[in-house]
Ligand binder design. Sequence first.
Ligand SMILES: Nc1ncnc2c1ncn2[C@@H]1O[C@H](COP(=O)(O)OP(=O)(O)O)[C@@H](O)[C@H]1O
Ligand SMILES: [Mg+2]
Length: 275
Amino acid sequence: MNPIKVNHLKFSYDLETDVVNDVSFTVEKGSYTTLIGHNGSGKSTIAKLLIGLLEKGSGEILIDDLELTEANLDVIRRKIGIVFQNPDNQFIGATVRDDIAFGLENHQVDPALMDDIINNYAARVDMSKYLDQEPTRLSGGQKQRVAIAGVLAMKPEILILDEATSMLDPEGKSEINALVNALHKEYGMTILSITHDIEEVKKSDHVLIMFEGKIVKDGLPSEIMIDEKEMISLKLDAPFSVKLANALKRRGIVLKETLDTERMVAELCLLRSKK
Ligand SMILES: Nc1ncnc2c1ncn2[C@@H]1O[C@H](COP(=O)(O)OP(=O)(O)O)[C@@H](O)[C@H]1O
Ligand SMILES: [Mg+2]
């Protein structure tokens, strides 16, 4: 059983251009899959299609082998937690606490447990102090933290993150990434993360690369992300390690490893000691 399976999916906003153009991919159970691609390549549109916020043109979306249809929408939405790119569209509650509670109520969490869960997740995203504030008064980064806490508190089987930490500083980003990774390991939640963070992609189990509405690459990060020229042609940034390896190559230093920075450093040290 695959948490997400998409077959020949097509979608158009204007019934002219296919923003999602014959897309097929699978996300395996318990995997950390990343989806990358240039701005406007169709990533957010796919995220919205996966939870039935947009209606597909043609093709098939299966969640845990269950086809996404009007009739199955509720069952499927219960399995998926999603954090959108823009946190403003995601708040319903009058306070941060209400907002997290609202999601839990929707998931029929025992009211007796709710306070503990809310306090725990607010603490894990470092927002305990803000529980009684209005979400609208928070900064973009704080809103993203709350949105993530609210979704994680529901312990979804499948978590979709659409550039969910884009408004956080690098430190905040790694804090939240660490939390997501911990929960991923803790209860084997399946993750599909739409991201621009190449380091996150390097660490993922599986990467999908989109270009102009199509999935043009699909596989292991170690197989896919090693060609700097190709990354540039897909309007993507190559990993720092790949750029470094190429810069060294231009100076006559050829490394075997080009993706794992630690192993590159070890190889460089070895080369130096041989001199
Ligand atoms: N609500 C909308 N109405 C019309 N066109 C849209 C809408 N949302 C996105 N688009 C267009 O669809 C394409 C894909 O957008 P999107 O899925 O947001 O890309 P990404 O998330 O990869 O940046 C872009 O050309 C974008 O301009
Ligand atoms: Mg987007």
